[in-house]
Design a protein around this ligand. Structure first.
Ligand code: FES
Length: 207
């Protein structure tokens, strides 16, 4: 039978049909809607045992996953963040490798310049004594220059320009008789302005 169109509406109106007059291409309403429209009781929703177990399984899975992730977060707090800092004591090179009146930047990442000046090898801290930036060694000008506020230091770490109030600090430096190498010990430091850097622990005399 051909689909009825608007002009083919049945004589009886409103239509006795359970839903509005069909239009070409319209998807018929679901059976339960049809049932409701005609006043019949909708078919009862069927939930099988398998459906119930499946839903319970999913719910428990989500619950346990969330609980597991939360517990992992708690366990994470039991362990401190590990910071991979360079060692506080480290071996450098033999004393003869440090040329007179030179700055060796090999251990700058360890926070130290090894400097041979004024007849001794010293270990100068790379921390600016103004506000803690890291100065640069300007070989052409033979000085350390801080990029933050312009403090300047001579090769021996003594300040001469900019806002910094005092010289760069120095670390303990010594030759280990076991291997003949220069070692730096950052657990001990001295301050030039206090005269503590004159101690033999903070300088290796060189010819
Ligand atoms: S931190 Fe170096 S000059 Fe200010």
């Amino acid at each position: 039978m051909a689909d009825p169109t608007v002009k083919d509406r049945p004589a009886q109106w409103p239509s006795p049909w359970p839903y509005d007059f069909p239009v070409e291409g319209k998807v018929p309403a679901a059976p339960d809607k049809v049932a409701r429209a005609v006043g019949a009781e909708p078919a009862p929703l069927k939930v099988t045992r398998r459906d119930a177990f499946g839903a319970a399984f999913l719910a428990w899975g989500a619950f346990l996953t969330a609980g597991g992730l939360g517990s992992l977060g708690l366990v994470r707090f039991l362990f401190p963040n590990v910071s991979f800092e360079p060692p506080q004591k480290f071996r450098c090179d033999v004393p003869t490798k440090f040329n007179r009146d030179s700055v060796d930047e090999t251990w700058k990442t360890n926070g130290v310049w090894i400097v041979n000046t004024e007849g001794a090898i010293i270990a100068i801290s790379t921390v600016c004594t103004h506000l803690g930036c890291t100065p640069n060694w300007l070989a052409a000008e033979s000085k350390f220059k801080c990029p933050c506020h312009g403090s300047g230091y001579y090769m021996n770490g003594v300040n001469f320009e900019g806002p910094t109030p005092r010289p760069l600090e120095r670390f303990r430096v010594y030759v280990d008789p076991a291997d003949g190498f220069v070692w730096v010990d950052k657990t001990r430091k001295c301050q030039v302005e206090q005269g503590t850097c004159e101690a033999s622990d903070f300088r290796i005399p060189v010819a």
